[in-house]
Ligand binder design. Structure first.
Ligand SMILES: [Zn+2]
Length: 412
């Protein structure tokens, strides 16, 4: 039986969202948390974008050191051979790629204004794919942008050409959130049966159906005989109305009525890391978690009305589909109400040593402490808000990597 895997795209679709963004340190922490959760792959950034280069290299180094394992780190780029060459020139160790090109008539005509036809799209994609394989890519996913508005005959031809040139997966992008569970099921099943490629399902929430469509698409791929890879983002952060939320997708896969009887995850997800991951994303993006967010919203386990409160006290299963402990909730949170010592971009050695001592970090010498403090100052310059404990611990543990993440040299 084919299985379901998760590819999180917070560090690509999430960070390209208007008005939102993450520092390179925050993107790195996001990869660490996704790895802890057991997510199969992180679409960790843009290998042709200059300010991403050192971040991408540093994260690949972390993977080599075993600190970011077993998660796969995959870069996103346009399906253009020259972009693939740029990607390998800037990030030579990159092994996993997704290459993207528009496939719908709307976008081919609307974007290329008559300069490209369907045949050119297939030509550009296969040329980019050949280049990626020749330059050492281990896996390449091919993204059909606006697939949900693409004629199925052309989409199938596109997928078959991708398979012929060695693609590992076809990403079905419902770029505008246009699909519904019934249409995406049919289309994805059709593609699975007729292209023979594993499918990726990439859904957006413009009509409020990103999670439902992800499940229906996954069912379509598996019924069509193929493995399926659902694209998610943490807290559903993404372009416009957002992407399919990671925690909600996992809950829907394993908790919704009868779904998991037949359609199962290929590797286990540690849901107990959900709370920590969602809270970090919320802090890093500067975006509150909606009160009614599945699993991690403030009201997800709150009961007030007489009948509900009475019922849940007698037996939680009366009014709760799953327990808060499963999501890593329920631990008391320490909130400082008196004096606070905080590390910032102008911190000194005394306050910093006090802070790190409280986290039981010992430095071998004053020089070492001064060096870590300097990195922490730079991290604060980039983040413009207090670092979380895990960021401070990360910098203390991997100072060389931190230095790389904090190095930005424009116009060189
Ligand atoms: Zn998207």
């Amino acid at each position: 039986m084919p299985k379901i895997y998760l590819i999180d795209v917070t560090n690509r679709d999430g960070v390209q969202t208007a008005k939102l963004g993450l520092s390179k340190m925050e993107k790195t922490l996001m990869n660490v948390y996704l790895n802890e959760m057991g997510v199969f792959q992180s679409e960790f950034g843009f290998p042709t974008t200059r300010h991403e280069t050192l971040y991408l290299q540093a994260n690949l180094e972390l993977a080599q050191m075993g600190a970011l394992q077993p998660i796969r780190l995959e870069g996103w780029l346009r399906a253009i051979a020259s972009d693939v060459e740029t990607a390998f020139r800037l990030v030579p160790d990159i092994k996993h790629l997704n290459i993207s090109i528009s496939t719908s008539t709307q976008m081919i005509n609307g974007k290329f204004q008559g300069r490209k036809q369907q045949e050119d799209i297939i030509h550009d994609m296969t040329e980019a794919l050949d280049a990626a394989k020749a330059l050492g890519a281990k896996t390449v996913g091919v993204n059909a942008e606006d697939a949900s508005r693409t004629d199925i005959t052309f989409l199938t031809r596109f997928g078959l050409a991708a398979r012929e040139h060695g693609a590992d997966r076809l990403r079905y992008c419902d770029t505008l959130g246009y699909d519904n569970p019934f249409t995406i099921y049919e289309t994805v099943r059709n593609l699975a049966e007729n292209t023979g490629l594993p499918l990726e399902i990439h859904c957006h929430g413009d009509l409020g159906m990103a999670v439902a469509n992800s499940l229906a698409g996954a069912k379509g791929a598996i019924d069509g005989g193929q493995d399926v890879y659902i694209n998610t983002t943490v807290n559903g952060i993404g372009e416009r109305a957002g992407n399919a939320d990671l925690v909600a997708v996992v809950l829907a896969l394993i908790k919704s009525k009868q779904f998991a009887d037949k359609y199962q995850l290929g590797q286990p997800i540690d849901l107990s890391k959900s709370w920590k991951t969602a809270k970090f994303a919320s802090y890093a993006f500067g975006l509150p978690i909606p009160i009614n967010q599945p699993g991690v919203g403030a009201n997800a386990f709150a009961h007030s009305s007489g009948i509900h409160a009475d019922g849940v006290l007698k037996d939680p299963e009366n009014y709760e589909l799953y327990g808060f402990e499963e999501l890593g909730r329920g631990d008391p949170v320490m909130v400082e109400t008196g004096r606070e010592i905080i590390a910032g971009q102008y911190s000194g050695i005394s306050g910093f040593s006090h802070l790190m001592g409280r986290m039981e970090v010992q430095f071998s010498s004053r020089e070492e402490a001064a060096e870590i403090l300097e990195l922490v100052r730079y991290a604060n310059v980039e983040a413009q808000k207090p670092l979380v404990e895990d960021e401070l611990l990360f910098i203390a543990k991997y100072p060389k990597i931190a230095k790389k993440l904090l190095t930005l040299t424009p116009l060189e």
